[in-house]
Design a protein around this ligand. Sequence first.
Ligand code: ADE
Length: 350
Amino acid sequence: MEDKRFIANKELIEDDGDVSLRPKTFDEYIGQEKIKANLKVYVAASKARGEALDHVLLYGPPGLGKTTLSHIIASELGVEIKVTSGPGIERAANLASLLTNLQDRDVLFLDEIHRLNHSIEEILYPAMEDFALDISTGKGAGATSLRLNLNKFTLVGATTRAGMLTGPLRDRFGVICRLEPYTRDDLVRIIKRSARLLKIEIDGDAAAELASRSRGTPRIANRLLKRVRDFAQVFNAGKIDLPITVRALNDMEIDPLGLDYNDIKLLNALINKFGGGPTGLDTLAAAINEDAGTIEDVIEPYLIQLGFIARTPRGRIALRDAYAHVGIKPPQKLTEQLSFLTTENTGDNG
Ligand code: ADE
């Protein structure tokens, strides 16, 4: 029996109401072209050999399609997928039960794999490497251990924090894919596809405006599309044109670059409270009353991508374009920061 606490079934993970916007095949999936092309090769080759696909690690910011890709991998392999997550597995027995229920070549999707408890993670090592489950029984001198063979399977792990995985776990993935923010063109195509599926009429310039404000993220694009549809229904006879799109996005306080209240709050704190930094992550988190992990995973990646902030060894700094965006004249000191940025390693130490 599947335990609903740690296995999400298909209904539970669909969040699109009646119509799923998730692409079901590689060919329906827009963007991430390199990853898709390579995955197609690995899937075709493992199918031709009749073997399980090597374990796959998908990493990158939230909303870029890690879960969607894992479902596509399973469906293209023609196997079942079981879905769970790091925090969802509380006890070793939960993972053991999942693993022993996998059929030959099935996919186990483990979301937020960086949040897996370390003692549970150790069960994964022999499972991934030798398709074996080591079970110890008894305690002290009477302790014995027995090895149970598992069916061959593919673990698809997903994380927003590849850096938080332990070396031994990372080393057991044969395929490692880093998902990148989507281009505006890809987002336009995704929005048009979603509009078609939802039977929404949308003008090309309205789709382009939505794409510009979606922070390179399909999940955000699809969410905004649905909210703009609400505005269009109430104020514009259901038709999504550019004026109703701009009005809806402005009313939702999403600015022309897609920055929302939280992004602006962070930029304002960094610039106004800390003179543009360098400011440590925890200091910044306390100043804006936000969780440090959310800042790192959700807020910062897009600000970094825009060139608004940088992570330096001494902390976060605001860059010239961030000052321009919030309408504040940058100080002279900024030039020094930039030369410091280019002469030292820019690794992140919070
Ligand atoms: N919906 C969400 N992400 C998508 C993608 N990458 N391609 C097509 N439709 C999507």
